[in-house]
Write a protein that binds this ligand. Sequence first.
Ligand code: IPM
Ligand code: MN
Length: 346
Amino acid sequence: ANSIRLAVVPGDGIGQEVVAEGLKVLAAALPADVALETAEYDLGARLYHRTGETLPDSVLDELRGKDAILLGAIGDPSVPSGVLERGLLLKLRFAFDHHVNLRPAKLGPGVASPLGPDAQIDFVVVREGTEGPYVGNGGTLRTGTPHEVATEVSLNTAFGIERVVRDAFARAQARPRKKLTLVHKNNVLVHAGHLWSRVFNQVAAEFPDVTTDYLHVDAATIFMVTQPERFDVIVTDNLFGDILTDLAAAIAGGIGLAASGNINPSGEFPSMFEPVHGSAPDIAGQGKADPTATILSVAMLLEHLGHTDAARAVEAAVDADLAERSSSGTRSTSEIGDAIAKRVAG
Ligand code: IPM
Ligand code: MN
């Protein structure tokens, strides 16, 4: 398309600062004949305190008509835990059917991994985004008594598993190593786990050139630290994927570099791109946040919208910037954004 209608949701804390840098780089990367139309939505703690709302229906309706959403971070200590997370971030993921939550982990040039200088880290986690324990299926009984009961029932559908597993197989097939690892806990979570394994094995028959593997999630955390080269593409459920991708970010240079895309592959609804990190209230407003994760999320956004060359240009600029970081001293959020935007522009 020759125009992009982009919704921008900076959100809370450092979300404001990192999104500004992401937009700078996006503007620098877009081909001259592509018009960028941005609309900013002030969602998060401020709106909540002002109106009690997290995601007004009118905003949801407007977002539906966009080509993509760029989101900063959601969450603030002044709002009870879960209100903004469920009422805004997860509501967007569910409303727009973002069932493929894509989270690459790649050790960039010159980036120090806690696993040491020889660590080989280049994999992508395909985290299911609309099911599992995230659906809010549960409740409490006898609240406040010693006999209080709380349930959080994981929801897994054959339909939901199959579509994300199929997407992960296709991604594995498109990569040189063509390997897909299913991560679950089917020795304990026998109901959901066996459904995942069964569907995975059925879909595998359609991708005979993809090597498959299975790991329990606890073992997967060990291998991620001891043998990260073992992973190419991982497919897993919503909660396991949440946990594994923080670990993946940590080994690949830290949460300041980890990008993600909440993808609706059919294009029926806008996909949403966001750094994996949170709002970091402790450093908000000080120009200390690393905007790289957001900038890499912008590269994923460009790729998703078919602007492949622009996406590659952003990635290359980030790599060049990373390679020189040890000698570039401490830079502010906007200094890093400026440097990367300048490289992208040429
Ligand atoms: C993430 C975050 C979210 C999640 C929270 C903030 C709801 O941790 O994007 O990984 O659990 O998915
Ligand atoms: Mn998380």
